[in-house]
Design a protein around this ligand. Structure first.
Ligand code: ACO
Length: 440
């Protein structure tokens, strides 16, 4: 990766900022990306003019440079390392895309085989971790268990926490990707009071997860190939989405030099919120609440009413002001999977399709460019596979771990990397003197 400083120096394009209060002027370099809008390097602004910039929610601020994911939200384009998501969804697999994210290139057949073997052989958990699961309250939310257990991994795998060493970073990345399905399934098994299931090395990544979640010691279990394939596709579509809330959290935590397990755990907590990864669980609750096509107008009015906290979950996106390309692929998959799994007439799917149709004709949604996002249809596939709704965000976390790990690794190897430390616009009281309790 080119140094941003070198790039800025080489670049002749600048933008002038004139302070109309003092007449002072500064030339700020414009950095050209490989795709997308150019960015202004404001690094010298404070030094030259004494100003910070203010951009709550990072609406127009690039927090880093990255070679991993590209999104054009106006056109509805998503690419992983340059490859359009539609091509990957049709031709590739979760594990192949995971390799792509970590290495930047698609693997040759032998490289893929080696990578699959590595991931399979890291899927078991340290046996003492089992006790950890058992000490959670019996009806704990599986996301709560996952946050705790992933955070604890650094206590079990000390030999991969020296982030200055490339081999430590690599083994930590492999461990995390490999162990997430095992942790997710164990969180679920604990929450339903069933024994934890060990991974099996002859199964695929998603086949293994299904078996660890749904098999019991009392009977044979056969992985359903349709469920296995559908899950593989959903996971691939969720792998990364550039600098979203959870990924930025992972980067920020990592910028202080924290170990990778701690950083991924912080990403899981950020993902949990209903405005982010928690939306897939919330979509199903909303669909159940609406319950019937005749009630859609009432709920659309609620979503539009600023005095009502109700939002149409699974709609809207910070970056996409067009149809989320992942939602389109998942919607098509939904038709296929529900048909093949014999739940083609799922009334909630019918309801979701009608809701989309009606909302997309509504002025409020048209003006604000609110389209279905990745979470709108994914829950319906999970439901058809038998995944309970409190596990939806956990499933998201398994897939997103690849993106978190790739972004974390990229950040650590970036020569521009410094501790993340935003400034603020202070609007609190001016300096005042302490008042003793009897005078307040
Ligand atoms: N229902 C109703 N109105 C909405 C919705 C929605 N789902 N989403 C946005 N709006 C409205 C806002 O009220 C706002 O209206 P206004 O301009 O009249 O004030 C306008 O559309 C812009 O929305 P913001 O909230 O300002 O957009 P922001 O980029 O900050 O938020 C977000 C994006 C959080 C995704 C939002 O659309 C939302 O809450 N959606 C529902 C939750 C959801 O599905 N999250 C998953 C996102 S995908 C992911 O994280 C994997």
């Amino acid at each position: 990766m080119k140094s941003l400083k070198e790039e800025s120096k080489m670049n002749k394009d600048t933008i002038s900022v004139i302070d109309n209060r003092t007449g002072r002027q500064v030339e700020l370099p414009i950095i050209q990306p490989s795709q997308g809008p150019a960015v202004i390097d404001i690094g010298t602004l404070y030094k030259e003019l004494g100003y910070f910039t203010y951009d709550p929610g990072f609406l127009a601020t690039a927090s880093c440079q990255s070679e991993i994911t590209y999104i054009d939200g106006d056109e509805g384009i998503l690419q992983y390392c340059g490859y359009p998501i539609e091509q990957l969804a049709e031709k590739s697999s979760f594990i192949e895309v995971a390799y792509l994210m970590l290495k930047g290139e698609l693997p040759k057949p032998d490289e893929l085989k080696k990578f699959e073997d590595i991931i399979v052989h890291h899927s078991m958990l340290n046996e003492s971790l089992k006790n950890f699961f058992h000490s959670f309250y019996h009806d704990a939310h599986p996301m709560a268990i996952m946050v705790g257990v992933v955070g604890s991994l650094s206590a079990f795998y000390h030999d991969s926490t020296d982030i200055s060493k490339a081999d430590h970073r690599e083994i930590a990345a492999h461990r995390m990707i490999a162990k997430m399905p095992t942790i997710a399934a164990a969180s679920y098994k604990h929450s339903i009071g069933e024994p934890l299931v060990y991974p099996k090395n002859d199964l695929s990544y998603t086949g293994n997860l299904l078996r660890m979640m749904f098999s019991s010691p009392c009977e044979e279990y056969e992985v359903n190939p349709i469920a296995e394939k559908a899950l593989d596709l959903i996971f691939m579509l969720h792998i990364d989405h550039e600098q979203n809330a959870s990924t930025s959290t992972v980067r920020l935590a990592g910028s202080s030099g924290a170990n990778p397990f701690a950083c991924i755990s912080s990403g899981i907590t950020a993902l949990w919120g209903p405005a982010h990864g928690g939306a897939n669980e919330a979509v199903l609750s909303v669909l159940k609440e609406i319950a019937d096509v005749s009630r859609i107008p009432k709920y659309l009015e609620k979503a539009k009413n600023k005095n009502d906290p109700f939002r149409l979950m699974g709609f809207g996106h910070r970056v996409y002001k067009n149809y989320d390309p992942r939602a389109r692929i998942i919607r098509d998959m939904c038709h296929k999977v529900l048909g093949e799994l014999g739940s083609a007439n799922d009334p909630l799917f019918e309801l979701a399709l009608r809701l989309e149709e009606i909302a997309l004709k509504d002025d409020y949604f048209i003006q604000r460019k609110l389209y279905p996002n990745v979470d709108f249809y994914s829950g319906l596939i999970y439901r058809a596979i038998g995944v309970p709704s409190n596990m939806f965000t956990v499933m998201f976390a398994i897939a997103r771990t690849v993106g978190w790990v790739a972004q974390w690794t990229e950040m650590i190897s970036d020569s521009n990397q410094r501790i993340g430390r935003p400034r603020q616009l202070y609007v609190g009281p001016e300096k005042r003197n302490y008042v003793s309790p009897d005078k307040r």
